[in-house]
Design a protein around this ligand. Structure first.
Ligand code: PEP
Ligand code: MN
Length: 375
């Protein structure tokens, strides 16, 4: 090799080495810029959270589209390039969206119903029954209280089965005003009387805030029905009583809306709330509602409240109540609700979905066989 060629090679090597060194230096600069951007993003997030807390205290909405547009316009106006304005807007919009998400997460974690705020399970005590303490509870009874004899027959069966929680509707939320509306206070009196005879506890729905106070002597757990899940006056009133509340999920309520409904009751002073999944409206007509089984583990994970599953109103038919109950307990439910009537065929409401007493005993026996004790 001639000396000329050697020199040429040597100088190419140094060129490559120089390029490599420049690349390394540029990469180092990029890493530093990334770290700097991260520091500023984190600092920005802190400020966003502080603004979120202020807004929450003042009751102002988190998302302010006008303010967001102003910020984007200002950024586009001062954009030095080389990114075009659309790209800059896109990048900052993503940052804004992530920030809003951050505020939302913090707000959710600060809710009274949130497990992040209150990690231990809430146990709701109804006499000897501790709902949420590990042993599944069963709430059973007729859709509507129709007579003393009808209610007593179910109560007697509950006692024989060693159960405590007797349900029965006295104030009925019927779709048609011409359907049986329930016996009202007379129904509550029947419930109290038979419950006391057999040492049971009464779970019954109240429709109106003004009935709540007067109903308390007769009721051990106040049920707020699906149709009233967002009756805010009723939720607030239920927050002021010293009685557990069984809150049913609205027919078309999201899990988030359900949690906020429970939040109303807790925020007004009553921590004893049981959440009840009872099926939601979907396009499916094979069942009256669609049991949202996913709601059970989600509510258990995101809240500290006990979760009940009403298999009867979810299904709207009596032939699949056993598999639904098994699914509910397998998914982590703390309690089950089932409608039981001595003669379902002639029931004044929900005739097609209630089980008779022998069917109820068989259902319960199967649950016990699979899951052990229930109360
Ligand atoms: C009920 O339990 O009696 C009842 C009316 O249920 P829901 O509110 O879930 O329809
Ligand atoms: Mn019913």
């Amino acid at each position: 090799m001639g000396t000329e060629r050697v020199g040429e090679l040597a100088s190419r090597e140094t060129e490559e080495q120089t390029a490599e060194r420049t690349l390394q230096a540029l990469r180092k600069e990029l890493d530093e810029i990334n770290a700097e951007i991260l520091r500023w993003l984190s600092r920005r997030a802190e400020v966003v959270l502080e603004i979120g807390r202020l807004k929450l205290r003042q009751g102002i909405n988190r998302f302010d589209p006008v303010r967001e547009k102003e910020m984007l316009d200002r950024l586009a106006a001062m954009n030095p390039g080389p990114f075009d304005d659309t790209t800059i807007r896109h990048i900052f919009k993503t940052i804004f969206a992530a920030s809003l998400q951050l505020q939302k997460k913090e707000e959710e974690a600060s809710l009274l119903v949130s497990r992040k705020r209150h990690p231990e399970d809430t146990v709701v005590e109804v006499g000897p029954v501790r709902i949420g303490a590990g042993v599944p509870a069963v709430v059973a009874g007729p859709c509507s209280v129709e007579s003393y004899e009808q209610t007593r027959a179910v109560a007697e069966a509950l006692r024989e089965e060693g159960l405590t929680l007797l349900r029965g509707g006295a104030f009925k939320p019927r779709t048609s005003p011409y359907d049986f509306q329930g016996l009202g206070f007379d129904g509550l009196k029947i419930l109290r009387e038979v419950a006391d005879e057999f040492g049971l506890k009464v779970v019954s729905e109240i429709l109106a805030p003004e009935d709540l106070e007067m109903a308390l002597p007769y009721i051990d757990v106040v049920q707020i029905g699906a149709r009233n899940m967002q009756n805010f006056a009723l939720l607030k009133a239920a927050g002021h009583i010293d009685r557990p509340v069984l809150l049913k999920r609205g027919l078309s309520a999201t899990i988030e809306e359900f949690k906020y409904a429970a939040e109303y009751i807790l925020a007004h002073g009553n921590p004893n709330v049981i959440l009840c999944e009872r099926g939601i409206r979907t396009f499916e007509r094979a069942t009256r509602n669609t049991l949202d089984i996913s709601a059970v583990p989600i509510l258990k994970a995101e809240t500290h409240l006990p979760v009940c599953v009403d298999v009867t109103h979810a299904a709207g038919r009596r032939d699949i109540l056993l598999p639904l109950a098994k699914a509910a307990l397998a998914a982590g439910a703390d309690a089950l609700m089932i409608e039981v009537h001595p003669q379902p065929e002639v029931a004044l409401s929900d005739a097609q979905q209630q089980v008779n007493i022998p069917e109820f005993r068989a259902w319960l026996g199967e649950i016990r066989r699979m899951f052990g004790a229930v109360v």
